[in-house]
Write a protein that binds this ligand. Structure first.
Ligand code: HEC
Length: 152
C-alpha cells in the first residue's frame, strides 16, 4: 500500500494525470485498504466460525471433503486474526495466528489426502493454539461475551 501510494503521489508524469486525479487515485487506494482492515466484530465472527468448524471436525471426523472445508474455514479465520493483531501491533498474537493458520492448512491437506494420522496431528496443533492465545489475549465481558485483552 505504501509503495502504491508513494508511486502515485510522486510520479510526476504517471499516466499523464493531473495532480488532483493522482490524489483521488491515492485516496482510492487508501479506501480500498480500509475495507480490508479487520474490525473487532469481524474477529469475533471469524472466531465463531472457527469454533463451529472445530466442532464439525470433532464430530464428523478429520478426513474427507467436509473436514477439508472446515479446516479451510479455520485457516481463513486465523489469517483474518493475524491481520487484526498486526494492525494492533500485537506481534505475539499475530505470530500465534499465523501458526494456527499453518496447522489448519496442514489439516486441510491431510483431510484431502485422507491421511488420518497427519490430520490428527495437525488438529492437535490447531487446538493448542486456541487455548494459548485465549489465555493471553481474550477476556470475558460483564455480559458473558468475549473481547480482546489489549493491555499487552
Ligand atoms: C492469536 C490469538 C487467537 C487464536 C489463535 C484463537 N483465538 Fe479465539 N479469540 C481470540 C480473541 C482475542 C478473542 C476475543 C475477541 C472477541 O470475541 O471479540 C477470541 C474469541 C473467541 C471466541 C468467542 C467469540 C465471541 O465473541 O463470541 C471463540 C468461540 C473463539 N475465540 C474460538 C477460537 C478457536 C476454536 C480457536 C482455535 C482454532 C481460536 N479461537 C484461536 C484470540 C485467538
Amino acid at each position: 500500500m505504501t509503495i502504491g501510494c508513494t508511486l502515485v503521489l510522486t510520479g510526476d508524469t504517471l499516466f499523464g494525470m493531473t495532480k488532483r486525479s493522482r490524489i483521488l487515485l491515492a485516496t482510492g487506494f487508501l479506501a480500498a485498504f480500509t475495507v480490508f482492515a479487520v474490525t473487532e466484530a469481524e474477529l469475533a465472527t471469524a472466531m465463531k466460525a472457527t469454533q463451529k468448524s472445530m466442532g464439525a471436525l470433532k464430530k464428523g471426523g478429520k478426513t474427507g471433503p467436509d473436514a477439508e472445508a472446515a479446516a479451510t474455514t479455520i485457516q481463513k479465520s486465523m489469517v483474518a486474526g493475524a491481520a487484526f493483531f498486526k494492525e494492533h501491533k500485537m506481534a505475539e498474537a499475530e505470530e500465534w495466528s499465523m501458526k494456527a493458520a499453518k496447522s489448519a492448512g496442514e489439516l486441510a491437506a491431510a483431510a484431502k489426502a485422507n491421511d488420518e494420522a497427519a490430520a490428527t496431528a495437525a488438529f492437535g496443533g490447531v487446538a493448542s493454539s486456541c487455548k494459548t492465545c485465549h489465555t493471553a489475549y481474550r477476556e470475558q465481558t460483564a455480559e458473558g461475551g468475549y473481547k480482546v485483552k489489549m493491555s499487552h
